[in-house]
Structures are given as C-alpha cells and as structure tokens.
Design a protein around this ligand. Structure first.
Ligand code: FES
Ligand SMILES: [Fe+2]
Length: 443
C-alpha cells in the first residue's frame, strides 16, 4: 500500500491553551494508518514476548505471534533465553506448530530439517545433494530476532537492530514494574494457564480502556453492586460509596515517558499482596498484615503503602498492559487488523503466598478480568460499539481532552485518576513516532 504523501500529523489536533486534544478517527479505522503503524510502531518499538518464569526447564518453548510475526520463545540447552523467527530456512514452512512444550530440537514438518534449541541446523534429512559445509557460515540456522532484552524477567523483542535499549525505552515505566516485582522477596511468577480472546476493535481502544478511570463507574456499575453486597454487614459497608465519592481526588494518572503511562487509584477490592479488607475474610488477615509489615521494613512506609494499597493500571507503549489491581494480569494486545485484536492474558503472583491467598488471587483474575468476568465483557462491548460507530459515521474526531493543558512534555504529565492525560501521553508518543519526529534509534 502506498504511503507516500500521507500526512500523519493531521490525526492529532492539540491546542493546550484551549484545553483541546482531539484524535482523528482515521487513527482507528484506516487501512493506510494501520499499514503505517506496522512499519513505524510495531517494527520499531519494544514488544512484549513473554516472562522468564514461563520458561521453567531447559527446552521449554512457546510459539507466539508478536507484532504480526511468528516467534519461538525458548530456553535452550545452555539455559539461555532465545527468540527466533518461526520459519524454516529451507522453504519457509512454520517450524513449530505447537503452542508450547519442551523440545530438544525442532523438526520442520515439510522436509524434515532439524534445528537444535539454539536454532542451529543439525540435519537436512538428506543423504545426497548438499555440498559439505553448506552451512559453515550459519546462514541456514533459524534467524534470531534482531534484538531481545529483558527487564526484571519481562522479555521484549525489537525488529529494529538500531533500537535504543529496552532499559532506556521503558523510562519511568521501570519504576512501575519495580513496584510489582518488589511485592515479594521470593519470586513473582506467571501462573500457569492463559486467557486468549478476540475483540473486533482497534488495539488502541483497548489500550485507552485499560487505564481509563473515567469509565469505571458508568461501565462497571454491576461490579460495584456486587462489592456492596459482599461488604454488607461488615465494618467496610460504606467503603464503596465513599470510594466512588472520593475517586477523582485520590490517586493520579501519570505519563511515564515514551508513551507509557499508569493509573494509580483506590478501589476497595482488597489486594492479596498486602491490603486486607473484611470482605476477604479473617483467616487471611494475619498473612496480609505480615506482608505489609515486611514491605515497610524493606522500603519505608510511603513506598510500602504505594506498593500494597494502590491499584495500578499500566500501559507500556504500544500494546502491553499490566493490571496490578485486585490481582495481577499481564495482557498483551496483538493487532490482527485495523479493527481486530487478539488478547492474551496471564495471571501473576508470588511463590510465597498461602494456598488460600493464591485461590483468592486466581478467583479475582477470573471474576473481574477474565473474558467472562465482571469487567472484560462490559469493556469489550464498549470497544466494539466505539469501533463500529467510528467506522460508520461521518463524525471525524474523538475528544480526549479531559485534564489537558500546557505542559513541558505531554508524555510526562500528571492528572486526576479520571482524567485522560495518560491517553494524551500515549497519543503524543504515537504521533511523534508516526511522523518520524522520534525514531527510537541510537544516534
Ligand atoms: S521447508 Fe522446512 S524442511 Fe523444507
Ligand atoms: Fe473497564
């Protein structure tokens, strides 16, 4: 598709003095924009591949699609993490058709070429026809993804060999990941099993939704009714309405640089990490209080309080969401088309929690954030009706102005929990990358 002559800057219309931030709806509905996003965003940004703790034993692998490319994520026989393109160097077949497993070698289903866990070609399954030493330079080995780096066990790939480091790319997003990984002195791990589902909406609609405090009470009213019922007759019975009344003055949304942003908010669900509420039952109270006391010893009262009691919805630009709320969900949004996404979500938790707390954590994962939980179906309905309306009506602009005003850098602004400055940070970065103003490459 020809992209010449396309004017990317026309898609964002920001006037800080007037408090107006608008996004042209072509950003959600145009094939041309989607093609350009693949070239400029998904080929240049760091994209989440998987977590270290998913690879438990040497030989463990996952076949994943990341930024439209099939990749094998594995732990080789030397214990090194690898990311190779899942395509045979012979005549292109997909090498690994399993979703996950453990393998010393990968055998191509087409003509039987065999590759070891490090991606090296070890057999061409033929006695004749190939010259001795044909692969001495290694060009027939599986192709490694250009860049593979990790931060605290979160492995990302980048298809641009000149990309800045993951460390620099994550910017203040590192602190948000620290607040999650520091919850335990044992290990924070991906728990087995995953949710996958598709939504007929543009990937950015789900990014916006994932840290949108503004939609919480209109869309999730039934969830708050459920919490009220849970707390009826307990000393916390008035907590829900007090929280709703106070929501916008307690917490913040914060731009973290490079398009990443977080919603820090207070919602009375309780958190297995270290926030006990009567609705969780008396039996888990001592364990949660001990966890909290230990966090205070390690980090001081202020940081411990942030780690334990703040609900955090983090979006790492362009498509990773980490919801550290009533349980922890790591969610990656794979765009399949301008109006279709494939979502994969994993639960995360510490290895040193009791069975009772673990059960509560998993129940929370399923009951709110699961595809059939209290939260996700309502959100999905909203995203799909937004996508349909954006595509079929002549109204051209979406208004994302709440909390917008003059700032030195709109990628690092702060606002109230129900403002939209986190989305303004995202779109500002999106516009910078799409217009070529920011390359995310080392000079
Ligand atoms: S395509 Fe893989 S062995 Fe031929
Ligand atoms: Fe929601």
């Amino acid at each position: 598709m020809a992209l010449d002559g396309w004017q990317p800057t026309k898609l964002i219309d920001a006037d800080a003095e007037a408090g107006s931030f608008r996004v042209h709806r072509d950003a959600y509905r145009s094939d041309e924009v989607f093609e350009r996003e693949k070239a400029l965003i998904f080929n240049k940004c760091w994209l989440y591949l998987g977590h270290q703790t998913e690879l438990k034993k040497k030989g463990d692998f996952f076949a994943r699609r990341v930024g439209g490319r099939d990749i094998i994520f594995n732990l080789d026989k030397n214990g090194k993490v690898g990311a190779h393109y899942n395509t045979c160097t012979h005549r292109a077949s997909k090498i690994c058709r399993e979703h996950s497993g453990n393998a010393r070698t990968f055998t191509c289903p087409y003509h039987g070429w065999v590759f070891n866990s490090e991606g090296q070609l070890s057999s061409q399954n033929a006695k004749t026809g190939y010259k001795e030493g044909i692969n001495d330079d290694g060009h027939l080995n599986l192709k490694a993804v250009e860049r593979l780096e990790e931060y605290r066990g979160f492995w990302f790939v980048n298809f641009n060999p000149k990309a800045i480091s993951l460390y620099d790319y994550l910017d203040d997003g590192r602190d948000a990941i620290d607040a999650l990984m520091d919850q335990t002195e044992a290990q924070q791990v991906i728990l087995s099993g995953e949710h996958t589902y598709s939504i007929n909406a543009n990937y950015k609609l789900l990014c916006e939704n994932s840290y949108d405090g503004y939609h919480l009470f209109p869309v999730h009213a039934s969830y708050f009714d459920y919490l009220r019922d849970q707390m009826a007759g307990t000393p916390a019975a008035d907590l829900i309405d007090a929280t709703i009344a106070d929501y916008s003055s307690n917490g913040a949304v914060r731009g973290l640089g490079n398009g990443h942003a977080i919603l820090d908010s207070y919602v009375p669900t309780g958190r297995p990490v270290a926030q006990w509420l009567p609705s969780m039952g008396a039996s888990v109270k001592p364990e949660i209080e001990a966890k909290y006391a230990r966090l205070v010893e390690r980090f001081g009262e202020e940081r411990a309080n942030y780690i334990a009691t703040t609900q955090k919805n983090l979006v790492i630009f362009p498509n990773l969401v980490i919801n550290d709320i009533l349980s922890v969900t790591v969610r990656v949004i794979e765009p399949e088309a301008k109006d279709r996404i494939r979502v994969t979500a994993w639960a995360m938790g510490p290895t040193d929690e009791s069975e009772e707390l673990r059960a509560m954590r998993l129940d929370n994962f399923v009951s709110f954030l699961g595809p059939a939980g209290f939260g996700s179906p309502d959100d999905i309905e909203m995203l799909e009706i937004c996508q349909t309306a954006a595509a079929h009506t002549p109204v051209e602009w979406s208004e994302i102005s709440k909390g917008f005003g003059p700032a030195e850098d709109h990628c690092k602004v702060t606002g109230a929990p129900d403002d939209e400055v986190q989305m303004q940070a995202y779109w500002t970065m999106w516009d910078r990358v799409m217009s070529g103003e920011v390359t995310l490459e080392v000079e």
